[in-house]
Ligand binder design. Structure first.
Ligand SMILES: NC(=O)C1=CN([C@@H]2O[C@H](COP(=O)(O)OP(=O)(O)OC[C@H]3O[C@@H](n4cnc5c(N)ncnc54)[C@H](O)[C@@H]3O)[C@@H](O)[C@H]2O)C=CC1
Ligand SMILES: O=C([O-])CC(=O)C(=O)O
Length: 264
C-alpha cells in the first residue's frame, strides 16, 4: 500500500504528540504542519527537518488532519474539502455553529471528498451510531474533569474553581450549547450528539470535580436496540490537561487504518 502523507492543522498538545507517535507508524508520514503565521518559525524549529511548518494548507495535500480548534474548520477544513482534500476533524464541537454541518456537507460534496469526524476522547461512537438506526429514546452525556481543566472557560465567571471542595455541575444544557460554550472541553458532547439524537436533543452535564484526576466521560443511551452505558476515565495529556491522551490515539488509529490491509 502506498505511503500515506498527512498535513496536520495545529501543533499544540495533540499535534506535538501526533508528530512524535506517528514516527513509529508504518506507512504514515506527516509532511506539513499548518500553524498561525506568527507561530511558523518557532514551530519549524521544534519540528524534525522532514516536516515543514506552513501557515496555509499546501496544494499537494491529499489528507488533512485537524487538531487545532473550532476556528480551523472555517479557515482550513472547508476550503480543503472544496478542493477535494479528504479531511479528519477532532474539533467536532465546531458543528455547534448554526450551518456549519451543512457547510461541511456541501464542501465535501462539491470537492467529492469525505470529512471524517473522529471519536477523539471517547469510545462507543460506533455502537451509538448503529443503535440510532433502530431509533433512540434518550442519550445523556456527563463530562467530569478536575477544576483546573475548566480554567479559561465560562465556568470561571460563575465559580471559584480553586476553592471547590465538592463535585460541582458547571453546565446543564443541550450538546449544542455545551460545545459552543466550551470549545476546548466539550467536543465529545457534539460527537455523541451527531452519532445519536442530535445537537438539540442530547442532554449534557459538565462537572468540575476536585475528587478526580482523570477526564471522565459517561455516556448513557436507551433505544429500540437496548441500553448502553460507557464510562471513560481518560488520562489527560501532560501538555494540556483539558485534553485526554486517547484523543491522540484515536487520530493515530484513523491514520493507521488508512494504510492497513485489515482495518479495525
Ligand atoms: N474530539 C475530541 O475528543 C477532542 C477534541 N479536541 C480539539 O482539539 C483541539 C486541539 O487540542 P489541543 O492540542 O489539546 O489544544 P492546544 O491548545 O494544546 O493546541 C491547539 C493549537 O492549535 C493552534 N491553532 C488554533 N487555531 C488554529 C488555526 N486556525 N490554524 C492553525 N492552528 C491553530 C494553536 O495555536 C495551538 O498551538 C481543541 O481545541 C479541541 O477543539 C481536544 C480534545 C478532545
Ligand atoms: O479530551 C477530552 O477529554 C474531551 C475534550 O476535551 C473535548 O471533548 O473537547
Amino acid at each position: 500500500m502506498p505511503e500515506q502523507q498527512v498535513t496536520l492543522v495545529g501543533h499544540g498538545a495533540i499535534g506535538r504528540s501526533l508528530v512524535q507517535r506517528s514516527a513509529a507508524l508504518p506507512g504514515v508520514r506527516i509532511t506539513h504542519v499548518v500553524v498561525p503565521p506568527h507561530h511558523r518559525d518557532a514551530t519549524q524549529a521544534a519540528l524534525p527537518a522532514s516536516i515543514e511548518a506552513c501557515s496555509t494548507v499546501p496544494a499537494s495535500t491529499r489528507l488533512l488532519l485537524e487538531c487545532a480548534g473550532h476556528s480551523a474548520l472555517l479557515e482550513h477544513v472547508l476550503p480543503a474539502l472544496e478542493r477535494g482534500v479528504e479531511c479528519a476533524v477532532l474539533s467536532v464541537g465546531a458543528v455547534s455553529e448554526p450551518g456549519m454541518l451543512e457547510q461541511l456537507e456541501a464542501a465535501a460534496r462539491r470537492g467529492a471528498a469525505q470529512v471524517h469526524l473522529l471519536s477523539g476522547a471517547i469510545g462507543g461512537v460506533d455502537a451509538l451510531a448503529a443503535a440510532r438506526l433502530a431509533g433512540l429514546d434518550d442519550v445523556t452525556y456527563t463530562g467530569r474533569k478536575p477544576p483546573g481543566s475548566w480554567s479559561g472557560t465560562p465556568a470561571e465567571q460563575s465559580f471559584d474553581l480553586r476553592a471547590l471542595r465538592e463535585p460541582t455541575v458547571i453546565l446543564e444544557a443541550s450538546a449544542r450549547e455545551a460545545a459552543r460554550l466550551y470549545p476546548k472541553n466539550a467536543n465529545v458532547a457534539a460527537t455523541i450528539a451527531l452519532a445519536g439524537l442530535g445537537l438539540d436533543r442530547t442532554r449534557v452535564q459538565l462537572v468540575a470535580d476536585p475528587g478526580v484526576t482523570e477526564n471522565i466521560h459517561e455516556i448513557r443511551v436507551r433505544g429500540a436496540f437496548g441500553e448502553m452505558a460507557i464510562t471513560m476515565r481518560g488520562q489527560p495529556l501532560a501538555d494540556n490537561p483539558k485534553t485526554s491522551a486517547l484523543t491522540v490515539l484515536s487520530a493515530l488509529r484513523f491514520l493507521s487504518n488508512r494504510t492497513s490491509p485489515v482495518t479495525l
